[in-house]
Write a protein that binds this ligand. Structure first.
Ligand code: ATP
Length: 241
């Protein structure tokens, strides 16, 4: 579904990605793990049309994303849940969700959008209870659920998440990752960027490890979880077999 070949991304003269290749098949949940500054967000920004300077190839459903701006990327079927959520604090929960369906509403898909609003409310019942609450007054975990819900309102074929566990309590993280695993079981294709490597690998089909702009390891998530190098560098002391 998504195929990236030899991707190089630049911030001025700095090369943040130095020739990254990866692929995501239909229905897969793939995770990208790596330490701070390894280039994870840069990769997502390139996919989502937010990087100005890149070389290489990014293809989605066999079409090149070269030159595609963010609205075109959403239209092609990719939705991003950005790092730090970036919801609209002064708007209600419902308005935030409807903004995710903005292009669909303009296309006149009113009924389908209403069905999806119901689907998101079922997925995250806490949002249903708070439809009229201002998004800025939600807890961190609720805001993350809202950000995921908003991305789903675009009816993506590929959902891309940038560190959804950031700053959240372990129980909330578990709840969010379980929801991603459910969405994957229902057939959604997912690219999950996470610093919480163990939790991500536990729900993923496959994983890639990024280090200073290069993929240094890749494989089945189950294999990466027991890989000595991954355990040492990414799973921390509290890792238990
Ligand atoms: P984190 O987990 O901390 O979010 P990351 O893996 O997402 O890190 P990136 O944000 O992609 O890493 O950054 C990759 C490299 O590119 C870093 O060295 C960073 O300093 C650099 N970089 C990122 N954004 C810019 C920018 N706007 N201008 C210049 N350099 C940048």
């Amino acid at each position: 579904m998504l195929r990236i070949r030899n991707l190089k991304c630049y911030y001025g003269k700095i090369m943040a990605l130095k020739g990254v290749s990866l692929h995501i098949g239909q229905g897969e949940l793939v995770t990208l793990i790596g330490t701070n500054g390894s280039g994870k967000s840069t990769l997502l920004q390139a996919i989502c049309g937010l990087m100005n300077h890149w070389d290489g190839e990014i293809r989605f459903k066999d079409a090149s994303l070269r030159g595609a701006d963010p609205p075109a990327v959403v239209k092609a079927g990719i939705s991003l849940v950005p790092e730090g959520r970036q919801i609209f604090p002064p708007l209600t929960v419902e308005d935030n969700l409807m903004l995710g369906a903005y292009t669909r509403l303009r296309r006149g898909e009113r009924q389908a959008v209403a069905r999806d609003l119901e689907m998101v409310s079922k997925l995250f019942p806490v949002l249903r209870e708070r439809v009229q609450q201002l998004a800025g007054t939600l807890s961190g975990g609720e805001q993350q659920m809202l950000a995921i819900g908003r991305a789903l309102m675009a009816r993506p074929q590929l959902l891309v998440l940038d560190e959804p566990s950031m700053g959240l309590a372990p129980l909330v993280v578990a709840r969010i990752l379980e929801t991603l695993a459910d969405l994957r079981r229902e057939g959604l294709t997912i690219l999950l960027v996470e610093q919480n490597a163990r939790a991500a690998l536990q729900i993923a089909d496959r994983g890639y490890v990024l280090e200073t702009g290069r993929i240094v390891l890749q494989g089945r998530a189950a294999d990466l979880l027991v890989d000595e190098e991954v355990k040492r560098a990414y799973l921390g002391k509290d890792y238990r077999d």
